[in-house]
Design a protein around this ligand. Sequence first.
Ligand code: GUN
Length: 723
Amino acid sequence: MKWGSTRRPDPKPAREQDVGRFEISKRDGQARIGQLHTKHGVIETPCLLPVINPNIRTIEPREMYDKYGIQALITNSYVIWKHEHLKSTALENGIHELLDFPGAIMTDSGTFQSYVYGDVEVGVEEIVEFQRNIGVDIATMLDVFTRPDMNFEEVSEAVEETIKRAEVSLNVAGDTLLNGPIQGGIFPQLRSKSASEMSALDFCVYPLGGIVPIMEKQKYKDLAKIMLVCKSRLAPNKPVHMFGCGHPMLFPMLIAMGADLFDSAAYALFARDGRLLTPWGTEKIDEIEEWPLFMPSVVDCTPNEVREMNKIDRTAILSRFNLEVTLQELAHCRQAVRNGTIWRLVERRSHQHPALREAFLWLVTEPAQTNMDPIFIDEISSSMERGEGRGRWEENWDWLINAQITPRNGSEQWAGQDTIKRPHVEMARRRLFARWRSQKKGDVVIFHGTSAPWRTRIGELMDRLVETDFEFFLHTPLGLLPLGLEDLNPWAHIEGPEWIWNRKPDLSWCRQELERFNIDNRKIITIDISNTEDIHKRVFSELDIGIQEANQNLRFQQQITDKLCVLGNVSLDDAIAITEGSTFVKSRTGRIRNMISKDGNHLFSPRLAEGGISLTLDGAIWAHSIRKSPMPDSFTEMDLISNVGEGFAVVVVNNDAEPFVKEGRNVMHGFILGCDSWTRPSENVLVVNSQGELLAFGRSQATAKEMEVMKKGIAVKVRQGCP
Ligand code: GUN
């Protein structure tokens, strides 16, 4: 069905108990596809709320709804309140009729006007009451704007005052949903305070405020820092809105860090000045002969013809162009989240502008290496005086890393040295370093010179090496990979030029890698396996031992042991005990399809696409039986090091969910009593009742924090219930 000149049907109001609830249906790390339920329909996020100036409607809200499918817009309640004709109509007929828009309407409160014009004459309670009375879906309290040029004390006062106003505003709002803006200028601990304290109150959406001047000055690195500090402290069950952010160039980076809503008048304001928005920056209609993007609004005219138009017509057409480009880039970002490629998009877009590149490089390199950053110089010295500051950035970065999904399907496209710093690669590496255990005492042997699949090149060699006392690694552009995990993503699926594989291992770098595996003081032997001619003879002669017998079964046992340790958090002893004496069903290409235990039970099936491992019902029963630590009764999130070897993560559900889960239905948010601190999206988890009895097993869709606070959506995709 095409909506253009036709009316789109009105949206379906959310069920009463769902109004204001936010669910996550798809994710890529902290980037998420979500649904915010309102009385005027569902808002699919990430999305843009176009700003409507009730006095100058460049594009009619009705057209936005019918033609562009805009589900929500934002307008300013203070502007309506100030203009008598708008105010009386809004009070009489409601905001939806005033704007002729059937979707969700968010309103702002006049804070931005106070930043631009100095002050506003409306009261804190008065403006919230007004928004409630005109029937808006999501209102905004009157927060105190924090400018980047304000000093610590001034910003601190503004943050305190905003928090003070928050409770009053929530009381007045009643059942109208409310925005709770986060202020704090460029001071991390004030941003952190604002986010933590506002988050403890029952707002529906958390907008980041005070960022417009930072974006206007193109200080995107500061924006990234602010986002990271705030977002990691905000409850994940509430959407985050970027106040005044509508330049498509910024969407990928902010979405990758968890932004859900954007609003901007940029599409109309830029159009008025003859400027075109594109994902790589801004272009001027006066300087182009060709459209930078061939959008629907300009298919039947040339830039020259548009230049010749009167200002009203020109603005109208360029506004549509800008809106279309904005919607297009958001669609692109949403698809990237679905495909698990949002960080790749961030990386690509980072090349569009030096300030964006700087922000990206700071994100992917510095926080992992240094705890301190000179940009917040004032802040650092003041926080040092208070004995804070160190570790702050690390901690924020961990929040982002810990939500990454790995292993994943598809290839890792190599894009230079940054590739190793991609958040999900970092997560994969951290997990490997934390959980993998060396089983051999001998020298380290590093194979290099070729990419995956290694088994097609040296499969038989691997079978012959398995009984020796050497510890074997593969040299990859994403770091050293233990040989037993040779099919694990991302190391096994790197797409890049030949030469990235041909580099000879740098020994000091290899030593650093080995240290992270807890391997110290061992001799390192590097062997080039690019040429497989006579490979067995050559390798055994380099190792100074005779050619060994092949033992494929033992190699398979070791592979499963490694996977159970790294991907299931199983202790090495338990993993060795269960794989001992096992046999294997092989695929046509000679890979492990199923592992059958020595008792004849099919327990695990490696996932061939990404090198993961799936449990069977018997596998889940075994995983449950080896649990030694008490079942979780809270939702603490911890780093990976803290609970190594404690087994597959457990999710405890309440009595209401028990019968459904046991039948194999998914675990829904809102029915969970606790989960292990190492629960991560996409991990295999065991689902138990409050007595610790196994009910089901499946794959987690959420972090521990999300398990705690989310009220809607799927928490665990159950693979099978346990009768
Ligand atoms: N619009 C742009 N920035 C802000 C802000 O900080 N607060 C509010 N309420 N609206 C804004």
